[in-house]
Design a protein around this ligand. Structure first.
Ligand code: SAM
Length: 316
């Protein structure tokens, strides 16, 4: 006798309920009770040193930004820069897109969050930064905030200067990852709210510099975008084939117009054989809410950034 499969007519809301109960891997947890996968690194994995259970949560397209908190002793140097990113978020990217010992470039290094992440994760970091003050703070930060062997710090190389010129000195096929957060056009000149006022009162920088070469001082958005794409596209000549570039940006408002900077830069970089592979939203839960527009108009509080993930598709 052949067995017939029982057909159950599940009502739609039951299906939805049962789906809702199903667990999915949490972005920040390695929930290996859920998916039984090997705990060793797959020998075919040429990208990173992660096991499958470490790999999968990183592919979820929303991450919570993780900072140290403003009062942490290791957050005091970083605070002196008007727009640092969290080295813990960069560490996740460095761990995902490189193996130990590989080389990472940040062409807009600021106070060295990428280099700190590289030192902690056993990678070799190269940083370019226009403002000598931030280069000095990077060196101080590495010395004070990186635990362990001094050799981890010695592998980090920060150069002061214009990224336009410094990228020309990079050797071809010498980089395994480019990760950076560039200036967001000249928005630091425009932002005018309580948070900026507080920085003024504490004598902290509210813009990167007055230098004409600073991308944060370019007047027209289209000129800025072209210049930024030229630098990142130029740097990608030093990226090995199939390796990645991650650009961390936020959209912003220019008066009442909303500018999709993340989309504009992804499109601009497609001309440099950098193909878009994905976009991760970095949720900035800690940010304060301001009553922009209230009670007259909709004006968003932008509480996320984008990790724009591109792959170098040039042949060797
Ligand atoms: C968003 S910040 C980077 C912050 C960095 N991710 C950190 O955590 O400290 C952008 C940096 O680009 C630098 N910059 C602007 N124009 C530059 C140029 N032409 N060459 C090199 N650096 C430049 C600015 O001085 C600023 O520190």
């Amino acid at each position: 006798m052949t067995k017939t499969k029982k057909i159950v007519n599940e009502p739609a809301d039951e299906i939805i309920k049962s789906k809702a109960k199903r667990k999915v891997p949490k972005p920040e947890a390695n929930d290996d009770a859920e998916i039984k996968l090997p705990k060793t690194v797959d020998p075919r994995n040429a990208l990173n040193d992660l096991t499958s259970t470490e790999w999968l949560p990183e592919t979820i397209s929303v991450w919570n930004q993780r900072g140290l908190g403003a009062n942490h002793p290791d957050a005091q140097i970083e605070r002196q820069h008007p727009a640092p990113f969290s080295f813990t978020d960069v560490s996740r990217l460095v761990r995902f897109f490189t193996k130990k010992g590989e080389t990472v470039l940040d062409p807009f290094a600021g106070v060295g969050s990428t280099l700190k992440a590289c030192a902690i994760e056993g990678r070799k970091g190269i940083g370019f930064e226009l403002n000598p003050k931030y280069v000095a703070l990077t060196k101080k930060r590495l010395a004070l905030e990186v635990p362990g062997e001094p050799s981890a710090i010695e592998k980090q190389d920060v150069k002061v200067g214009d990224a336009r010129l410094l990228i020309k000195k990079l050797d071809e096929n010498s980089l395994d990852l480019i990760v950076t957060s560039p200036p967001y056009w000249n928005i630091l000149h425009k932002v005018d709210h309580k948070a900026k006022q507080e920085r003024v009162e504490q004598d902290l920088d509210t813009k990167y510099s007055d230098d004409k070469r600073d991308l944060g001082n370019i007047e027209k958005y289209d000129d800025f975008l072209e210049e930024l794409a030229k630098i990142l596209g130029g740097a990608s000549k030093a990226l090995k084939p199939k390796k990645h570039m991650v650009v961390i940006v936020s959209d912003f408002r220019d008066k009442s117009r909303f500018v999709m900077f993340h989309a504009d830069i992804a499109n601009a970089l497609s001309k440099y054989q950098l193909e878009l592979r994905g976009i991760t939203v970095l949720y900035q839960r800690h940010k304060r809410i301001f009553p922009y527009g209230y009670p007259y108009a909709y004006v968003p509080n932008i509480h996320h950034q984008y990790l724009v993930i591109l792959q170098n598709v040039k042949k060797s």
